[in-house]
Design a protein around this ligand. Structure first.
Ligand SMILES: [Zn+2]
Length: 303
């Protein structure tokens, strides 16, 4: 049920109200900072649109709700996992949106990282989300409102706020360590992890490789601990040492989305208002075709 989601009471009331109107189609834009539960709310809404047990809410127990939770529902499509939806995926989506529903209820398309979409893909999508066909719902997810304005104006815009540390049941220190990322905090609470490991910043390469291999939160915590050590020592490091750090990052990972996340974490940890804008610009440039090593060098020399 919506009540089981953490925080965002106004959003829950709003969505329940939307459901009560029994609309036959719709386009929603859920936006919120990184680490806010955009996907969780999108899936909750998809369930509520389809759950045969509860009206205007979802039970989370029936086969439909369970299939949606595990992303196995035939009428649910989640796209844009890795850096926004691409133009060929939009074409695929248009085809799927025009074919009839498998499960006989509502078709739901969840599009992640809409703010990362290229212009031509966004324009192709626009035609589709402008007037969705009957029984078709689009839920666009974005970390910012920096997307083509026509998409915003065609959507019902819903801001999803990050829950506070009290709402998540962790201390302020634990919350800040995970920069309020709800998924990480959940895993942390359900596992046996410690966030006070002392690691040298140069161990970051190994930690990244381990995380990419296992996806384990423990390895992610190690990455964060290395970053804490780096930030703590930043004033003592010379350019060469900073470049060495940049090298150990670029050697261990090539995935641009991952690197952007990593740099975002570092920017929040550095907390230098004068440099924030420049650092954010460099971070964003990685989403485009800039030379990765060069961008990382500039980033770490700027800090
Ligand atoms: Zn259900």
């Amino acid at each position: 049920m919506f009540d089981s989601l953490v925080g965002n009471d106004e959003v829950k009331t709003f969505l329940k109200n939307e459901l009560r109107q029994e609309k036959s189609s719709g386009t929603y834009l859920f936006y919120g900072k990184r680490g806010s539960s955009l996907m969780e709310f999108a899936l909750a809404f998809a369930k509520a649109l389809n759950c045969p047990v509860l009206e205007g809410d979802f039970c989370d127990q029936c086969p439909v709700c369970k299939k949606i939770s595990s992303l196995n529902y035939a009428d649910l499509e989640v796209m844009g996992e890795d850096g926004g939806v691409k133009i060929d995926q939009v074409r695929d989506l248009i085809y799927k949106a025009s074919s009839s529903s498998y499960e006989g209820r509502k078709k739901v398309f969840i599009l992640k990282d809409v703010n990362r979409m290229r212009k031509e893909a966004a324009n192709a999508l626009l035609k589709e989300v402008e007037e969705p066909q009957k029984n078709t719902f689009f839920i666009l997810l974005s970390n910012s409102l920096n997307i083509i304005p026509t998409i915003i104006s065609r959507s019902i815009v819903v801001e999803i706020k990050k829950p506070t540390n009290e709402e998540l049941g962790v201390s302020r220190e634990e919350y800040d360590f995970f920069i309020g990322n709800i998924e990480d905090i959940r895993k942390y609470k359900n596992g046996e992890y410690t966030i006070s490991r002392e690691l040298n910043y140069m161990e970051i390469g190994g930690s990244i490789s381990k995380f990419l291999e296992t996806g384990d939160l423990g390895a992610k915590i190690d990455i964060f601990c290395c970053i804490e050590d780096f930030v703590k020592n930043i004033k003592l490091l010379n350019d060469l040492q900073k470049l060495r750090f940049a090298k150990s990052v670029s050697k261990s990972v090539k995935n641009r989305v991952f690197i952007e996340e990593l740099l975002y974490y570092i920017i929040l940890k550095v907390r230098d208002i004068k440099k924030t804008e420049k650092l954010l610009d460099i971070k964003s440039s990685i989403g485009f075709n800039v030379n990765l090593d060069l961008a990382l060098n500039v980033f770490f020399l700027t800090i």
